[in-house]
Write a protein that binds this ligand. Structure first.
Ligand SMILES: Nc1nc2c(ncn2[C@@H]2O[C@H](COP(=O)(O)OP(=O)(O)OP(=O)(O)O)[C@@H](O)[C@H]2O)c(=O)[nH]1
Length: 896
């Protein structure tokens, strides 16, 4: 084992700076992997506001762990994790990159660690059998997530595969709007988090203010584990005070590898005030932990109620228990300045010591056969899954509640959380394995697309470098190379007795891990191939872009033949455009980025039956479909739910009801008199074809050409009159599209349609002094409605956003009760400082998206450059006829 590590250490040394990328890939094939111990694995994300220093910190993590031999610089564009040209050019992180490394490095223990060990194994504490987890090397899989609001969906997608997260704050800006948003999302996934206050070297750094804001705005009790060590109590940051280990950590410059640890006795000789502050912080830490951890109270009593006497390991264990509690109320806080190489190694120790291993996480959510539950419930047969009551031969059968043989079939189950097109290696599918293992060359069934494909190569990624492996076990993250279909968000399963034609037996074929809803896109641009010969490459590139990022949408206007690319924000589309034109070298022209309005029908249509009886894609095909449409008002329309004879789909705020009275959800006829489905068309394939047909019809409204919203589409599926031996999936979706299109036209001819516009939930952070002018601007000039100030509801809002609704459940923290050390730039006490006149205020408002285009510049002018905002789609609203007229006139003007 030791020799293996030594070999690896040798290899790690090869990964130096630019030359790292030049090592031939074959040299790294089939690297001997240390056996995987799940307890020693951390799947961690770094989340924060844009520019808080995620990439800068990650670079140090890779450097100190021995993976790189040169620290990359965001500003020079030489970082490991920002490896897309577009990211390097803009200096921001767009795609999540997953990187694996070991901490502490097995070959080179951290210079500061032995002091903690000697504390604990000296026997003084009576805990000689426990040492911190960070004394042993751990496998860390780190996901670097983007900080820009346009990439929130990307953050969400990464969050669901994380076991823990480090939230990085800018020590000057404090808790910013995007941080709050991602924090709330992480709360939703119950992800244990620690906070790292970065940039404490900058003028105006305010650690105490930031800690107070953590309490107030992130709704938890900050457990201050480190305090900044300023030279002579002010000015230059030189290190941190370790409140857990009761010592000062002094970074001696250079690359930050050399760290001196001084115990309290030594510290008192050189900086008495700092030593006293560490003790004060220790008392506060024990106090706050005691409120939420009974064992801490016991230890406090065991050690004669002496806060200082409690061993570091006991504090670490109490912190860990609190971090793993759900909801998480204690928030451990660390300090540093990554750019100055201060604070990163103890932060890595904290990742290992405080954040959970995959085994310590709650059960993974799944959906299977329209049921929701956990993967563990399914695997242990505890999830009651409805089974077909009639066999394929039409006979009734008795079925056990859970089908054990089906469960036993499952060999591996993984979530594709990221698809990236690597110019050198082709399409890389990043997966997290949740059960069993994913083996090389095995057939993987994609439960979202109903296709089977092989996993020809499996890699473990070290940013843009890779090591080939034979399998990825449960709890780990890896990359599959060579998949043709898998998209971000798809569930991949391997099972015994694989049958490429039929896929796995039901209900295994419907198993989906942590499904998430894709938010509706609100901007779009047209994409026009420069010539006919370029068309194929442009379309292939677009489909690759969609595999990478399912929050993008592509639709083809059936009348004009124009292709539209839609996304979540202007930057989101700009980046997609750059990827398409520059990275994929698609020769196409793109139009202006415009708001994606929607249209809604106001009157129900008649029922229409369309028939198809011709060649489709060079093959004779026959199919038929009956459809009708009606306006959908969720508040008044009766609630529908899936039944054995009715399947309900939701497509972009439209409800699709597929009535199949003669056929069950398992695809079996209700009686022996009814014809069965042809063997080449499974029920799930028919439903997918219906879905594709409806989506295509709804993509272009009959009046203004915008996507249709708030409609109910009723479709009828009757095998005796619609499905024939010549019926194919393509024919079905074509005929469904035609039938829905005709029904929509009929509805518009009868009652017209109305335009709907995206309305955003906007969270704006401003100084108290600018509050009045910003609120006035939002509510009068932009037609917005202020929903809350500092999270307190001000009006009877009809916001549908869960983030706003969830405010009531949040813990309210009194900032005066939060311990903070003095800040060097602070004249009064931290409490007074926090309450000072120009404190940060937060406005939450609903504003039409149209009024938010170019808002950042305006906000900056109103706030002296200090205001920031984030926004998410809150929904689409019908426009008044006056506003609709203005928008249509403006659009016509644009075209002219
Ligand atoms: N003074 C100072 N500057 C820092 C520190 N950490 C990061 N920076 C600078 O802050 C800027 C943003 O840093 P990044 O690491 O790119 O931040 P990020 O959070 O990855 O940003 P996104 O990828 O865009 O979300 C860069 O100019 C860094 O050099 C620090 O500790 N001190």
């Amino acid at each position: 084992m030791r020799r293996e590590w030594a070999w690896r250490a040798c290899q790690l040394r090869l990964y130096a700076g630019v030359s790292r990328r030049l090592i031939s890939e074959s040299a790294r094939l089939h690297t001997p992997q240390p056996p995987v111990d799940l307890r020693r694995t951390r799947n961690i994300g770094i989340i924060a506001h844009i520019d808080a220093g995620k990439t800068t910190t990650t670079e140090r993590m890779l450097y100190y762990s021995g993976y790189t031999r040169r620290i990359g610089d965001v500003d020079e564009g030489s970082t490991v994790t920002d490896f897309l040209p577009a990211e390097r050019a803009r200096g921001i992180t767009i795609q999540s990159a997953a990187i694996s490394f070991h901490w502490p490095p097995p070959q080179e223990p951290s210079k500061i660690r032995p002091i903690i060990i000697s504390d604990e194994i000296s026997g003084v504490s009576g805990n000689s059998d426990i040492v911190p987890r960070s004394t042993v090397s751990h496998n860390i899989n780190l996901i670097d997530t983007p900080g820009h609001a346009d990439f929130t969906f990307e953050v969400l997608r990464s969050l669901r595969i994380l076991d823990g997260a480090v939230c990085i704050l800018d020590g000057v800006a404090g808790v910013e709007a995007q941080t709050e948003k991602v924090w709330t999302q992480a709360d939703h996934y119950k992800i244990p988090r620690i906070v790292y206050v970065n940039k404490l070297d900058r003028d105006g750094a305010a650690f105490s203010m930031t800690v107070k804001e953590i309490g107030v705005r992130l709704h938890g009790w900050p457990a201050v584990c480190q305090i900044p060590w300023w030279k002579d109590g002010k000015g230059k940051l030189t290190g941190v005070g370790d409140v857990v280990g009761l010592r000062g950590l002094l970074w001696e410059g250079g690359d930050g590898k050399s760290v001196r640890a001084l115990d309290l006795e030594e510290l008192e000789k050189i900086d008495q005030a700092f030593a006293a502050e560490i003790k004060k912080a220790r008392i506060a830490l024990v106090e706050v932990l005691s409120e939420y951890d009974d064992v801490m109270v016991e230890k406090f009593l065991d050690y004669g109620e002496d806060h200082i006497a409690i061993p570091a390991i006991q504090i670490t264990e109490a912190l860990r228990r609190c971090v793993l509690q759900s909801p998480q109320i204690i928030i451990p806080v660390f300090a540093g300045a990554s750019f100055r190489n201060i604070g990163v190694q103890p932060l890595l120790d904290a990742v290992v010591d405080l954040l959970p291993s995959p085994e310590e996480r709650p059960n993974t959510e799944i959906s299977i056969a329209s049921q929701r539950g956990t993967l563990q419930e399914f695997l242990t047969g505890k999830l009651a899954i409805p089974q077909p009551s009639i066999d394929a031969d039409g006979k009734h059968r008795k079925v056990p509640k859970h089908d054990v043989p089906t469960i036993k079939n499952l060999q591996g189950c993984a979530l594709a959380f990221k698809v990236v097109n690597d110019p050198k290696r082709g399409v890389l599918v990043y997966v997290r394995v949740y059960s069993g293992s994913i083996e090389k060359n095995v057939g993987l069934f994609n439960t979202n697309l109903n296709v089977t494909e092989k996993a020809p190569r499996i890699l473990k990624m070290y940013a843009s470098d890779a090591v080939e492996v034979d399998s990825i076990p449960a709890g780990q993250i890896g990359v599959i190379v060579g998949l043709k279909y898998a998209r971000t968000g798809d569930t991949l399963i391997s099972y015994s007795g694989a049958n490429h034609k039929t896929g796995p037996p039901a209900p295994l074929n419907t198993l989906q891990l942590r499904p998430i809803a894709v938010p509706p896109p609100v901007f779009f641009t047209s994409v026009e191939p420069n010539s006919l010969s370029e068309e194929k490459h442009v379309l292939d590139s677009l489909s690759l872009l969609l595999r990478e990022d399912p929050s993008l949408q592509v639709s083809v206007d059936s009348e004009s033949g124009q292709t539209h690319l839609a996304g979540m924000g202007e930057l989101h589309l700009e980046i997609a455009r750059d990827r398409l034109l520059e990275d994929f070298k698609a020769k196409a022209t793109t139009g202006n980025i415009e708001i994606s309005y929607r249209e809604a029908i106001t009157t129900p249509s008649e029922s229409f039956t369309e028939q198809l009886n011709r060649d489709v894609a060079g093959k004779y095909a026959r199919a038929s479909c009956t459809a009708s449409v009606s306006p959908l008002d969720e508040s008044t329309s009766p609630v529908h739910s899936d039944t054995e004879h009715q399947t309900i789909l939701s497509i972009d705020s439209n409800r699709v009801i597929i009535h199949h009275p003669t056929i069950t959800k398992a695809g079996l006829p209700t009686s022996s008199e009814q014809p069965p489905l042809p063997s080449h068309l499974h029920f799930s394939a028919i439903i997918s074809a219906f879905q594709a047909g409806v989506s295509a019809a709804l993509a272009r409204g009959p009046k203004h050409g915008f996507a249709v919203q708030e409609a109910q589409i009723d479709l009828h599926l009757d095998p005796s009159s619609q499905i024939f031996s010549e019926t194919t999936s393509a024919a079905l979706s074509t005929v469904v599209r035609q039938a829905v299109h005709v029904a929509l036209k009929d509805a518009v001819a009868k009652g017209g349609s109305v335009l709907m516009e995206p309305v955003m939930l906007v969270t704006i952070s401003v100084n108290e002094s600018s509050l009045g002018s910003v609120v006035h601007d939002i509510s009068s000039a932009r037609g917005g409605q202020v929903v809350s100030l500092d999270g307190d509801s001000t009006t009877g809002s009809n916001s549908s956003n869960t983030a706003a609704q969830g405010q009531d459940d949040l813990v309210t923290i009194n900032p005066d009760r939060i311990y903070t050390p003095p800040d060097p730039f602070q004249s009064s006490s931290a409490g007074q400082e926090y309450a000072a006149v120009d404190r940060q205020r937060q406005i939450t408002a609903r504003v039409p998206l149209k009024e938010m285009v170019g808002y950042l510049n305006h906000l900056r002018s109103l706030t002296g450059g200090r205001g920031t905002f984030v926004m998410t789609v809150d929904g689409f609203e019908r426009m008044s006829s006056h506003r609709q007229k203005d928008v249509l006139n403006e659009m016509r003007g644009d075209i002219a």
